[in-house]
Design a protein around this ligand. Structure first.
Ligand code: CMC
Length: 428
């Protein structure tokens, strides 16, 4: 059987044969379907890209029905169990796990770039004392582009590599500074003796002690959370990174756009919303009443549901398993019981079952962040730190893909036809 699709245009009776490759037809092949020569040609209409592949990618594989997530072919549970964040960031960015020598070289290269320019620190000091840390992160990412003029030369692989190192290395520093700023504490400079996550905890929580002591269990938990958030193929922020980057802007400006997309409550802002929801519910016995309200359309069960997963999000499974290791050190988060009760009831309820709504990555991550002492409004920032390597991998793939051009969707225009201007005194 040929790998083609035969289309019949019932308006004209004409038949068309369109090639099928990798389970997709090319939308541009529809353009030949015309009523007459003056016709623009058929388009596909797909609000929110529900069934449109905008690129070919070799980075992340998801089977949403089976609950499978793989980075460059490696199952997420194996990476979470055996690897560490920088190892996985290298894998996502360069396609293979690093050899021992590459790993050491990568870590050293990242350490060289963890500091921020002092002026950038001053820039962050300019934010209002109660500025949301994610707003600070978005703006500071954009501001980075003003420090590295060469970043615009995106066709030079060496220049791209340098910005990659800077972005991966500096994002935890920006994130920690935004936290310290919001609580009025002095910024803490990076400590490059520590691991990526150990140093992040240092920059967040060091007080007057000469050297910050990292708790290995918490450092590991953060590493796992970072691994789980590295990439998730063409999600809203990755799509923003690609779309903005497709105009050949520098990667800092594109990453700022991606972070802005992540900020929204339907994307990376959801973990923040989950915590607010759990606090609002207040106790386990109030859960049935809350579920009733969600089913009546009064708000959503945050941390539930996913555009792609129609099964348990594999990341949520790993986080749930890891929670105990964290709570052993920090003491149990009292909101955990409410979350478990929500999950228990929702997974038996016809409303959630029939819509295939399961816990997603954000459902349990906030509980762990909170136990680590990270305030709620920092949660999307926590998501942005590891996702930065995913954004750059997506951007790099887009920039080097000869098929990609400036992203510019079509529209179906339904507005007014041509009409003549009416002066203000004649308008009704
Ligand atoms: N609570 C209650 N009902 C829901 C929920 C929810 N969390 N999610 C979806 N539904 C219902 C929705 O009302 C609709 O019902 P109906 O068919 O009766 O109108 C049906 O399920 C399909 O929902 P949808 O909005 O068409 O699905 P979508 O694929 O457009 O949305 C989603 C996906 C993640 C935006 C949505 O599930 C949601 O808003 N979840 C809560 C926010 C959240 O947890 N976001 C984090 C996503 S995972 C992290 C990330 O990748 O960013």
């Amino acid at each position: 059987m040929p790998d083609t699709l035969t289309l019949t245009d019932n308006r004209t009776g004409k038949k068309y044969e369109v090639a099928i490759k990798n389970g997709a037809i090319r939308a541009m092949d529809l353009r030949q379907v015309k009523v007459d020569d003056a016709d623009f040609g058929l388009m596909s209409y797909d609000p929110a890209f529900m069934n449109t592949a905008s690129c070919q990618s070799k980075i992340t594989f998801i089977d949403g029905d089976k609950g499978i997530l793989r980075y460059r072919g490696y199952p997420i549970d194996q990476l979470a169990e055996k690897s560490n964040y920088l190892d996985v960031a290298y894998l996502i960015l360069y396609g293979e796990l690093p050899t021992a020598a590459q790993h050491d070289e990568w870590i050293e290269a990242i350490k060289l770039h963890t500091m921020l320019h002092e002026n950038l620190k001053k820039f962050m000091e300019g934010f209002h004392y109660d500025a949301h840390p994610m707003g600070m992160l978005v703006s500071t990412l954009a501001a980075l582009s003003t420090y590295y003029e060469e970043a615009k030369r995106i066709s030079d692989p060496q220049v791209r590599r340098m910005q990659t190192l800077r972005l991966v290395a500096k994002i935890p520093t920006i994130a920690a500074y935004s936290f310290r700023h919001s609580i009025g504490r002095p910024y803490v400079y990076p400590d490059n003796d520590l691991s990526y996550t150990g140093n992040f905890l240092n920059m967040m929580f060091k007080m007057t002690e000469p050297k910050y002591k990292v708790n290995p269990a918490l450092e590991r938990a953060l590493d796992v959370l970072f691994i789980l958030h590295v990439d998730h193929e063409q999600n809203c922020s990755a799509n923003a990174m690609r779309a903005v980057g497709s105009s050949h802007t520098d990667p800092y400006s594109a990453a700022a756009a991606a972070a802005a997309a992540l900020y929204g409550p339907l994307h990376g802002g959801a973990n923040e919303e989950v915590l607010r929801m759990l606090e609002l519910i207040g106790s386990k016995d109030k859960v049935p009443e809350f579920i009733k309200r969600v089913k009546a359309g009064e708000g959503r069960l945050m941390g539930f549901g996913h555009r792609i997963y129609k099964n348990y999000d594999p990341r949520a499974k790993i986080i749930k398993q890891m929670a105990d290791a964290v709570f052993d050190v920090t003491g149990k988060n009292p909101l955990l019981d409410i979350a478990l009760e929500l999950e228990r009831i929702a997974l038996q309820d016809e409303y959630f079952v029939s819509r295939k709504l399961y816990p997603n990555v954000d459902f349990y991550s906030g509980l762990i962040y909170q136990a680590l002492g990270i305030p709620t409004d920092m949660f999307p920032v926590m998501f942005a730190i590891p996702r930065t390597s995913g954004w750059i991998a997506q951007w790099e793939e887009m920039v080097t893909d000869p098929e990609q051009k400036i992203a510019r969707p079509r529209q179906v225009y339904l507005g007014a036809g041509e009409r003549n201007y009416v002066p203000v005194d004649k308008r009704k």
